[in-house]
Ligand binder design. Structure first.
Ligand code: PRX
Length: 570
């Protein structure tokens, strides 16, 4: 296959010479940017917001929030005051203290950002939850983390099993004060002081807890610490190429790591104007947002680009997108034809970036000063040492496929899996962090994604664990056994497909498929509901009773099933 090369044309990127930057990189130098360097302490919320006010940029717009026709804008000064007020509410009324887990469960709104920053000012660890989560997903996360406080909205409140969570002390509701069992955010916010004494923190103090899925077991609580800001800042500068007059839009929800690391921290650490767009995706609302807000940098995902591509090129002509100067992608493989389409309709290169919830920040990237090879994830961020290794931890030569791995020690690296040290340790072979992705590196040092090593499903850029869905499926009274796989899909990358063996006495009808789908959608989350269900008399299992997903996948793709020696076939 011929690789398309897209040469770097940007005349003035923040990072001008990749090879030099790799050679000279020193994390200690980057730390000089932060108050920590002088005082030995810092706080993410201060560095994101208050610092810009202290540096005389308080009048600059920090946040544009757009939802349909509604548009709200806040300066850094406004954000400082609003996050101080939220901090006072959380501290005085909800009793939040340093280190407490505070969850935020709401659709994107200015209050989400005020309260997230407010919780950080107290030194709490924030757990953002995606608004599509249903009761089980919410319960698992609050329970595992012993969450003390949750901030939510009236619509989502019924999904929080408040009375079943003994450690959950307070519920803060934004937008409705009708029940005095809960703290009325709006009322308390109105009355709260806009001054707050920030809690100064150490490098290793907690910052954020993102739950993410693996192939086995319940979702894992990935803990990041304050020190991550060093990498958020420098990747924001080098990769997002943020400059002070940029208007930057990351399309991800803060329920996912992209929506915090690059939807909150990186842009504000760099003092850029950050854009948040609420509501649902449509080509009109997205192109409209770029046009109306004069967005200059846009960070999104392959599924979204493919949907825009599917909407046709003519619609692009209805909008003035000339403000755009830099476009990036994350979450799944960025197809070469999407990069080609980006050149055609925006006359811009789409820069792929590779990283994970666990890595906390960019690891393998394409930057403005680099040539892009269509279909490649790029090269390691300066300061990150990557390699392709075999299962024993030996580095493999160029063009050999193996485990994509990084040498431990980058600042944004997760520091623990909440209450699961064994899981944390299982990520490492010696000093190598093993990503779970397979890839190869070419002779020029570019990395090429090949697939997941495990059964994790990437659907529309979201990572879903088959186990969590299988567990939900078998709770349905008609389901005996369930095996879940990712089935390749031209738009979403993969879709969730479930193979189900029914309990005696149930008919395999289309109505039942629909009912089961709905059951997962309402019990877990919409994106976890199988788009396809296939009934089978029996599922392939190992002798120890584990469903063999690789056999299901081989059935699906009409591939040889491979070694079946461990299969139980009676
Ligand atoms: O398989 C890789 C895929 O997404 C996984 C990480 O998922 P998550 O923790 O949800 O984080 C997504 C956004 C940071 C990876 O193990 N992935 C992420 N970026 C890429 C990718 N696959 C191919 N190309 C990418 N650029």
């Amino acid at each position: 296959m011929k690789v398309e090369l897209y040469e770097a044309t940007d005349q003035n990127p923040n990072l001008k010479d990749y090879d030099e930057a790799v050679k000279n990189h020193d994390w200690q130098e980057v730390e000089k940017h932060f108050s920590w360097y002088e005082t030995g302490k810092y706080n993410m919320a201060y560095e994101c917001i208050d610092k810009h006010v202290d540096d005389g940029r308080g009048d600059k717009v920090a946040l544009h929030y757009k939802n349909g026709d509604q548009k709200l804008s806040y300066t850094f000064e406004d954000m400082k005051k609003a996050s101080n007020k939220a901090a006072n509410v959380l501290k005085d009324e909800a009793g939040v203290e340093k280190g407490d887990r505070v969850f935020i469960f709401m659709a994107r709104s200015p209050e989400l950002y005020f309260s997230l920053l407010g919780a950080l000012k107290i030194g709490a660890i924030v757990g953002p939850l995606f608004e599509a989560f249903m009761e089980k997903a919410v319960r698992d996360r609050l329970e595992n983390s012993d969450a003390k406080v949750i901030i939510t909205t009236p619509e989502l409140l019924p999904r929080i099993p408040v009375d079943d969570l003994p450690n959950l002390e307070k519920v803060v509701v934004v937008g409705d004060g009708s029940d005095d069992k809960y703290i009325d955010f709006d009322k308390s916010f109105e009355q709260a002081s806009d001054e707050f004494e920030i809690e100064w923190l150490d490098k290793e103090d907690g910052l954020i807890l993102h739950y993410t899925s693996g192939s086995t077991g319940q979702p894992k609580g990935v803990l990041h610490v304050q020190h991550a800001m060093v990498q958020h800042y420098i990747s924001g500068k080098y990769v997002l190429d943020l400059k002070e007059d940029d208007i930057y839009w990351c399309t991800a929800d803060p329920g996912w790591v992209t929506g915090t690391s690059y939807g909150i921290f990186a842009p504000w650490l760099n003092g850029a104007t950050n854009v948040v767009v609420g509501g649902r995706f449509s080509p009109e609302s997205w192109y409209g947002a770029i046009q109306d807000l004069n967005i200059t940098i846009w960070y999104s995902a392959p599924t979204a680009f493919r949907m825009l591509m599917g909407a046709g090129d003519e619609i692009v002509n209805d909008y003035d997108l000339s403000s755009l100067r830099h476009v990036l992608s994350v979450g799944e493989p960025l197809n070469p034809e999407v990069v080609k389409w980006g050149m055609k309709v925006f006359n811009l290169r789409i820069h792929d970036t590779w990283w994970m919830t666990e890595t906390g920040a960019h690891m393998i990237v394409n930057m403005p000063a680099m040539d892009i090879k269509g279909g490649s994830m790029g090269k390691p961020l300066p300061g990150v040492e990557a390699a392709i290794i075999d299962d024993e931890g030996n580095e493999l030569p160029a063009n050999r496929m193996g485990n994509l791995a990084m040498k431990r020690g980058w600042p944004a690296m997760m520091r623990k899996i909440w209450k699961n040290d064994a899981k944390y340790d299982s990520y490492f072979i010696g000093d190598w962090y093993v990503s779970g992705d397979s890839a190869y590196k070419d002779e020029d040092g570019y990395y090429w994604f090949q697939g997941r090593v495990d059964d994790v499903i990437m659907t529309a850029g979201e990572r879903v664990g088959p186990f969590e869905i299988e567990s939900k499926l078998v709770e349905h009274p008609a389901v005996q056994e369930a095996g879940v796989i990712g089935k390749p899909d031209p738009v979403r990358g993969e879709i969730v497909k479930a193979f189900i063996a029914l309990r005696e006495g149930n008919e395999p009808t289309d109505e039942l498929k629909e009912e089961i789908r709905k059951y997962v959608k309402e019990g877990l989350a919409a994106h976890a509901a199988p788009r396809e269900i296939e009934f089978k008399d029996k599922l392939p299992k190992t002798r120890s009773g584990k469903i063999m997903r690789r056999v299901l996948k081989a059935w699906e793709l009409d591939l040889p099933t491979g070694d079946l020696s461990s299969m139980d076939d009676d």
